[in-house]
Design a protein around this ligand. Structure first.
Ligand code: AHM
Ligand code: MG
Length: 335
């Protein structure tokens, strides 16, 4: 029988790898796992308790908010606002910086999160996920500021995601590799199932919404066409449209996931769709920790200095050999 390791045991064991660790990050991640279990339960029961369907609001990024998004937002906010770990938070579902109520202690971390990514898939019972990232605060004390939240991915302390799929899995990194845990609902614990896993050096799957291809730049179009040729492949196309699930598969099986610029759509002109703080940077951190590459096509995602809480970026990530080929197409086009 394999060693049984809960996520909290793993956090305690790996905390020693960081000589400055005080146990605070471990305690914060532990609180987060409770929120994830509550969201997982709600996602599993969504059809039963009629939580599906539109709530009728529009969020900051212009998408309609589903009831479960709101519920997941509330669970993370209410799970994390009073533990003394964070000085502020930022969420894809909230337009402004989230402050901590006066009566609670302010901590040394900043939590940014997408409470329920892929919400357009909920009604079809397709996998959705939660993405989170943690930075040290920059300000000294008291309430956190916008500058605390607007930090690049290369300063991340930890990041991870939870995929609510055929089973619920949590994948996280504190900068010492990427580790995956599967929720055993019968015991209510995330148990270590994928220790220190690496992305394959090259994959056989490309994952992109080809419905947008007429809006892509020329090298991206040529690259995706190249993947379909006999000398490149054979590659298989797989696109769920739930980033957490698409990136999770890319990490495990290798290949490339892309959400490139779409010049056709006015509102996203030249920007891409995915949000830097809540989606692109945490996933880029995990992919790099697993030995992969994450780029916008022009620059390393982790080096982008955010200027806005809801900033969008193009995102191309995956196996190093696949991304290097993509980058060659981009470079050739510029030469
Ligand atoms: P959301 O945060 O509103 O759910 O949107 C993000 C989702 C990602 O999960 C996914 O990768 C992407 O949108 C799909 O976009 P598209 O419909 O352009 O393919
Ligand atoms: Mg999202």
């Amino acid at each position: 029988m394999k060693r049984i390791v809960t996520v909290q045991r793993h956090l305690i064991e790996t905390q020693h790898l960081n000589p400055d660790a005080t146990g605070k990050l471990t305690a914060m991640l532990w609180d987060l796992t409770i929120a994830f279990k509550i969201i997982s339960r709600a996602v599993n029961q969504a059809g039963l308790i009629n939580m599906r369907g539109e709530e009728g609001q529009i969020n900051t990024s212009g998408d309609s908010v589903k009831k479960l998004d709101r519920y997941a937002e509330d669970v993370i906010y209410n799970g994390m606002n009073h533990g003394g770990h964070v000085c502020c938070m930022a969420s894809e579902e909230e337009p402004q910086l989230i402050t901590i109520p006066d009566q609670y202690q302010k901590g040394k971390y900043v939590l940014t999160y997408d409470p329920l990514d892929g919400s357009s898939n909920i009604d079809a019972n397709v996998s959705v996920g939660t993405i989170f990232s943690i930075h040290h605060r920059l300000s000294e004390s008291g309430n956190g500021t916008l500058a605390d939240a607007l930090q690049p991915g290369n300063r991340l302390v930890a990041a991870g995601y939870v995929v609510y799929g055929s089973s619920t899995m949590m994948v996280y990194s504190t900068g010492n590799g990427v580790h995956g845990f599967t929720l055993d609902p019968s015991v209510g614990e995330f148990l270590l199932s994928h220790e220190s896993f690496q992305i394959p050096r090259k994959g056989k799957i490309y994952s992109v919404n080809e419905g947008h291809s007429s809006g892509w730049d020329e090298p991206t179009r040529r690259y995706v066409e190249y993947l379909k040729t006999p000398e490149a492949g054979p590659y298989s196309g797989r696109y769920i449209g739930s980033m957490v699930a698409d990136v999770h598969r890319t990490l495990l099986y290798g290949g490339i996931f892309m959400h490139p610029r779409d010049y056709r759509r006015d509102e996203h002109f030249g920007q891409g769709k995915l949000r830097l703080l809540y989606e692109a940077a945490p996933m880029a951190f995990l992919v790099e920790q697993a030995g992969g590459i994450a780029t916008t096509g022009d620059e390393r995602v982790l080096d982008i200095m955010p200027t806005d809480l809801h900033q969008r970026v193009p995102l191309v990530l995956g196996s190093p050999a696949d991304i290097e080929t993509y980058q060659k197409f981009m470079l050739e086009a510029r030469a």
